[in-house]
Design a binder for this molecule. Structure first.
Ligand code: ADP
Ligand code: MG
Length: 332
């Protein structure tokens, strides 16, 4: 053993062979990561759904965060997009800009995180790129999935008269981040752990998403904040969305931290990192949506309605608009 800090001894190709090629073993078209490209065969009548997301040290995660969780979150935020579109994940590409502080051990733990989740989701690594950087660790994952041709659930498609729904609970990741930053000292250990887990390890709602094909008129995953993301649906669908604040699903740990008042609701609805699915659907789809929720074990709550007009409005318990300064997270 050597006590030198930061020992990265694996060269680029040795690292690809040792850490990443095993993750590609089950994907025939990845050629063992020994070729320049990967090839993909799509089942008859299916089309490819593609999504890329980059995460950057100090912006999306901290250097001291567990390497396996960084990997799994990077993968899951992409799968969450596929879920909201109704797609089946097939595989992913990984672009890695390795910072000087990343040692072999960190990279091995990172690859182990990917191995765990790709096994869970039944997907494989298809290829990628590796560079070094003098700056922060940056990684970008491109997720690929399949869907029956033409069936992708779009942001466009919400119609006046539709109902608005959201899966799971909103605001937990924000509560988790606040706790990691020192808030909530009085909260129980179980509550703290529950919301921290929601921040560190999102649950892409794939089972629900595939059931929404043919039911949802528009959908997306909530990553920047419920109000901001519904705003994207409102914009491209050219409608107005009204959200009943008191109907937004808040978890018990969230409520134990911040309560259920208007401030708490606004906080939940404008924080990011939820990775739930927000969607619209005609009233006639209500019972099928309830059945999908029951079958998948993923809670779905009706939180509002679509009207003619534009923008998103958050209403309090008296039906009055809640002023919102910042609808969600933006990088600049
Ligand atoms: P190029 O010279 O065209 O950039 P590379 O030599 O970087 O190609 O890559 C060789 C092979 O290793 C390719 O199949 C590529 O997809 C794969 N690869 C490189 N880096 C990664 C990575 N971080 N994750 C997965 N596969 C990778
Ligand atoms: Mg390369």
């Amino acid at each position: 053993m050597d006590a030198t800090p930061n020992p990265r001894r694996l060269g680029e190709f040795a690292m690809i062979a040792k850490l990443f090629a095993p993750l590609a073993a089950k994907a025939e078209g990845a050629f063992g990561l020994l070729d320049d490209v990967a090839t993909l065969r799509l089942p008859e009548g299916q089309e490819l759904v593609a999504k890329v997301d980059a995460i950057v040290e100090s912006v999306h995660f901290l250097r001291q965060d567990p390497a396996d969780l960084i990997a799994r979150k990077a993968l899951r935020v992409n799968l969450s997009d596929l879920a909201a579109k109704g797609a089946e994940p097939m595989g992913y590409l990984l672009s890695l800009s390795v910072a000087s502080w990343c040692d072999d051990d960190w990279l091995a733990r990172f690859a182990a995180g990917l191995a765990e989740d790709q096994e869970y989701y039944g997907i494989a690594l298809l290829g990628g790129d590796t560079t070094s950087t003098p700056g922060p660790l940056t990684l970008s994952i491109t997720a690929l999935g399949t869907i029956a041709a033409g069936r992708t659930i779009r942001r466009a498609g919400a119609k006046p008269g539709d109902c608005v729904f959201v899966s799971g609970s909103i605001g937990d990741a924000a509560a988790g981040l606040a706790i990691l930053s020192g808030a909530g000292a009085a909260l129980s250990e179980a509550d703290r752990a529950a919301v921290i887990a929601r921040y560190r390890l999102p649950e892409p709602r794939l089972d629900l998403g595939r059931r929404l094909i043919g039911l949802a008129s528009a959908a997306l995953d909530v990553s920047d904040g419920l109000i901001a993301d519904l705003g994207h649906i409102a914009e491209v669908s050219q409608v107005r969305i009204c959200v009943d604040g008191p109907l937004i699903p808040l978890s018990l740990p969230f409520a134990n931290l911040w309560g259920r008042g208007t401030d708490a609701v606004r906080r939940a609805a404008t924080a990011g990192d939820d990775y739930e699915i927000a969607f619209t659907a005609p009233e006639a789809a209500r019972s099928a949506i309830a059945a999908a929720a029951k079958d998948t074990g993923i809670k779905v709550r009706e939180i509002g309605r679509v009207e003619a007009g534009e923008g998103v409005v958050l209403l309090d318990e008296q039906g009055k608009p809640v002023p919102i300064e910042r609808a969600g997270f933006t990088h600049f």
